[in-house]
Design a protein. Structure first.
Length: 240
């Protein structure tokens, strides 16, 4: 009986000492974190409660130091010519663009620009002056849109929201006909975030810099986002 009593007393002392040790460590850890001085191999953390009504900031409900989790090192061998992944396949459209002819009947304020196809030896389409309106637009710089093709639309936001500009051309895209703008005007530069191509123009190439200078992103005919190039497009072109 005496042995059991002594054993129980030892267990209680150890448990109490362990609890006190844990409590002391957490207290010291919190104090170190608050002072921004966690020991080597540790980093500070803080747990915040949500901002309450009539308050401006969150209350810290717990903080302290925790061991830094080391990242696993992985060594990669360079890809060699002929290896899988060495050659990047060109973008292949998954659908065919819609053939659209006729005047612009959008009811939101936007601009319409008429483009000439890129000529042999040239890099860019010749562009008309823009015509901007919130109503129907049937003529641009003497070009009747009744017999013209819609080439592309570009939007200020992702998912085709806030139409900025529509581009028309005399012909649909083909293996020998394409369109492109090497330098966007100041009112359109760095504003495109989504776009759509039409009339057999199945691919859109957008570029971060004028004159088709990369970085670049390719999509089409429907591009709900230009991702990293959102609001960073300075030139574009399209092709079949």
């Amino acid at each position: 009986m005496l042995r059991k009593t002594v054993y129980a007393a030892i267990v209680l002392l150890l448990a109490g000492g362990s609890a006190a040790g844990i409590s002391w460590f957490r207290g010291a850890s919190a104090q170190a974190a608050e002072n921004g001085a966690c020991p080597p191999g540790y980093t500070s953390y803080a747990v915040l409660e949500p901002v309450q009504d009539a308050t401006q900031s969150s209350k810290i409900i717990d903080q302290g130091c925790k061991p830094i989790e080391t990242a696993q090192e992985v060594f990669l061998n360079p890809i060699q010519p002929g290896d899988e992944g060495w050659e990047i396949e060109p973008y292949k459209p998954t659908e065919q663009s819609e053939i659209v002819q006729g005047p612009s009947v959008e009811t939101v304020y936007r601009c319409v620009i008429f483009l000439e196809p890129i000529q042999p030896g040239e890099e860019s389409s010749k562009a008309s002056e823009p015509v901007c309106s919130a109503g129907e637009i049937d003529t641009v710089d003497g070009h009747a849109l009744d017999s013209s093709y819609l080439i592309a639309k570009f939007y200020n936001n992702t998912n085709y929201s806030a139409l900025l500009v529509e581009y028309y051309g005399a012909s649909a895209c083909s293996s020998t006909i394409s369109y492109g703008v090497t330098s966007l005007p100041s009112n359109l530069d760095n504003r495109f975030a989504s776009g759509q191509s039409y009339s057999n123009c199945n691919r859109i190439y957008v570029y971060d810099f004028p004159n088709y200078v990369q970085p670049t992103y390719t999509c089409g005919p429907n591009c709900p986002s230009f991702y990293a190039l959102n609001d960073n497009v300075s030139s574009w072109r399209t092709a079949q």
